[in-house]
Design a protein around this ligand. Structure first.
Ligand code: DAS
Length: 329
């Protein structure tokens, strides 16, 4: 019998998502109903691994989470570590997990791991993966090798770093990947095996303002320029474009960006889902060489959605001028 007070302290909070969902009335589909304590009932072994401090912070589908809610979650998680938690676990919906994880990672200044997980199948479905993901998340949270790695996403016995992880499938159990990089670690029989030592991390202060808006548009075949031209008049303070291929747009979009890029930060990323944007390969109108000459920043390996998070936080901390350096990390 393990003496309870000798166990490490672990704080766990739930935000909602499929991991908190179960069926209500027949034919109505699953919806968030399980609070954090109820989720933990499915994983009794957690209480033998750690002293748990449990909180239910929201019951939202993750498409309805927002930056304000995530800043509140960050304040809670920080205070848990300051009060002695060895690590913090958050459960949330998988739909926006890749964005929420990167948002929190950019602001997470502790060595203590902040581990995020969820489920692809609800408590009402056969093969519900929530309990297994929660157990693996706790094993990762308590592993010494997880320290100094910022925010980690644990799904399907894999550990992904927040800057690289993406949801790559709508319903499959193996939905999460870090395209081009692979997972940082695997959980094998409860043991967390990292492939590499922790990398260099940079952290931002809390944003001083939160009313800024950053637009995300996708380049696509034969698209007109109406939405692109509306970005500045609508008051957006930054723009991310999910560009073709290695970070390209049409010649007509390039013409608009020539006037837009000097007035607000513009990032062009790749819409392909894997690989970096180019810097020095193509020279046509709308290519990366053309766009950089017009003041556009190329995203490198950062996917469009994470570019939007980065730019929102940089504007909120008045660090837009540091954008190029952050994209190079
Ligand atoms: N698709 C759901 C999930 O996997 C819903 C959500 O993200 O809240 O959690």
């Amino acid at each position: 019998m393990i003496e309870h007070s000798s166990l490490p302290r672990l704080s766990i909070a739930s935000l909602g998502g499929t991991v908190s969902m179960q069926a209500g009335a027949a034919g109505c589909g699953v919806a968030p109903t399980l609070d954090c304590e109820q989720q933990l009932l499915q994983v009794p072994q957690l209480r033998e691994m750690a002293q748990l401090n449990v909180a239910s912070l929201s019951l939202a589908p993750s498409a309805s989470l927002g930056f304000a809610a995530l800043l509140d979650v960050l304040v809670w998680a920080r205070s848990e570590v300051e009060r002695g938690a060895q690590a913090v676990i958050l459960t949330q919906g998988t739909d926006s997990l890749e964005e929420a994880a990167y948002f929190l990672d950019l602001l997470w200044s502790f060595d203590a791991p902040l581990v995020m997980t969820g489920a692809m199948r609800s408590a009402s479905q056969a093969g519900n993966d929530g309990p297994a993901n929660l157990l693996a998340a706790a094993q990762v949270a308590l592993a010494q090798g997880s320290r100094g790695r910022g925010v980690l996403v644990v799904m399907n016995d894999q550990v992904h770093c927040a800057a690289r992880v993406r949801k790559m499938a709508s319903l499959a159990m193996a939905a999460f990947e870090s395209p081009g990089f692979g997972p940082s670690a695997e959980v094998v029989e409860g043991v967390v095996v990292y492939r590499h030592p922790p990398g260099r991390r940079a952290v931002l202060p809390l944003p001083g303002r939160t009313d800024q808006r950053v637009a995300l548009l996708e380049a696509c075949l034969d698209v007109d320029t109406a939405l692109l031209q509306a970005v500045a008049p609508l008051g957006y303070e930054g723009l991310v474009i999910a560009g073709f291929g290695a970070g390209h747009v049409s010649g007509t979009w390039s013409d608009v960006l020539e006037h837009l890029a000097p007035t607000l930060p513009v990032i062009v990323a790749t819409r392909t889902g894997r690989g970096p944007t180019a810097r020095t390969t193509y020279g046509f109108a709308g290519s990366e060489i053309d766009l950089q000459r017009k003041g556009v920043q190329m995203a490198g390996h950062l996917c469009p959605r994470k570019c939007r998070i980065l730019l929102w936080l940089l504007i909120g901390t008045e660090r837009q001028h540091e954008l190029q350096g952050w994209l190079a990390i």
